[in-house]
Design a protein around this ligand. Structure first.
Ligand code: FE
Ligand code: FE
Ligand code: ZN
Length: 303
């Protein structure tokens, strides 16, 4: 069975709220940030809410091993010029893993980092060194390095860069990769030739390292290095290419997570935004592109 869900929020009810939101989309997995992705303020994990959430997952047949946490993107392991910031990032990610363990979450996605003002090789070395400090045997949750679009000085935009980091990691059982289809396309990998990508990945890393796939269309052309997600089938990757990845025989057991943009009241009016996930999941399960998706989403939520 297809393992599919979307990014959901983590609010006052913490992971219990996330599970309920995922269920409202007809999903059988989900991804959440354990707080605002743009800051490092974190509330303690509430064990009562967590227990309730885990029971609900069990009842609704959501396997917690398929649920993904996403680390905030403001921490940067790529640069240690500001050693205090670098060490803060290391401690912060270590603490995020501890929070994941408390919720029985087994996989956390991380943007590798940025090599600001240094060579990309120095950036990759900094990231690997930080990861070896983070994975110090005190936590169980895995880190999945996300494939990046190559915006600015982003590290992790090619298979070679990811392989370079992964080869330096001591705790191999705790390191993996999260593919992001929008980032791959923006990074220059043609998603209509996805098997070529997988073959290179298998040769240089290992397909078993793929722990999650972010399924997004892209607003920009191949190799644009922009990183702007589009709704499934409405972008430059296209529905058939995405469907081919979603249902790929070699990636059956890998959770697929949608991070597509919310839909506005009209294409011009973005004052009220509606989540597209229930409709995108339906469309993916039907295996048929729905050109009226956005109108149907508006009708459904606008009451
Ligand atoms: Fe991400
Ligand atoms: Fe992503
Ligand atoms: Zn992105």
């Amino acid at each position: 069975m297809l393992i599919i869900g979307s990014h959901v929020s983590f609010g006052a009810d913490q992971i219990l709220g996330s599970v309920k939101e995922a269920l409202s989309y007809g999903a059988n997995t989900f991804m959440f940030y354990t707080g605002a992705p743009t800051n490092t303020i974190r509330k303690d994990i509430d064990c009562k809410l967590t227990e309730e959430a885990l029971a609900l997952c069990k009842e609704k047949k959501i396997d917690i091993n398929n649920v993904i946490c996403h680390a905030p993107y403001i921490v940067n392991l790529g640069n240690k010029k500001d050693i205090e910031k670098y060490e803060f990032s290391i401690n912060f990610i270590r603490n995020e893993l501890k929070r994941c363990d408390e919720m029985q979450i087994t996989k956390m996605v991380l943007h590798p980092g940025n090599a600001v003002g240094i060579t990309s090789e120095e950036g990759l070395d900094n990231i690997a060194a930080a990861l070896n400090q983070i994975l110090n045997g005190t936590t169980k949750c895995k880190i999945l390095l996300e494939t990046m679009a190559g915006k600015g000085s982003e590290c992790g935009k090619t298979i070679d860069e990811l392989a370079y980091i992964i080869n330096k990691i001591e705790k191999q059982e705790q390191i993996g990769v999260c593919l992001d289809t929008c980032h791959l396309s923006d990074g220059g990998y043609d998603m209509s030739l996805f098997d070529n990508y997988l073959n290179e990945f298998a040769k240089k890393i290992d397909l078993n390292k793929i722990g999650c796939i972010h399924i997004n269309d892209s607003k920009n052309v191949l190799g644009s290095h922009k990183d702007r997600h589009e709704n499934i089938g409405f972008g430059t990757i296209g529905f058939d290419n995405l469907l081919n990845i979603i249902y790929h025989e070699k990636l059956k057991m890998v959770p697929k997570i949608l991070e597509t943009p919310y839909v506005g009241d009209s294409d011009e009016d973005k004052n009220r935004l509606y989540p597209p996930y229930k409709f995108e999941i339906e469309m993916i399960l039907n295996k048929k592109f729905n050109p009226n998706l956005r109108e149907e989403i508006r009708l459904y939520y606008k009451k």
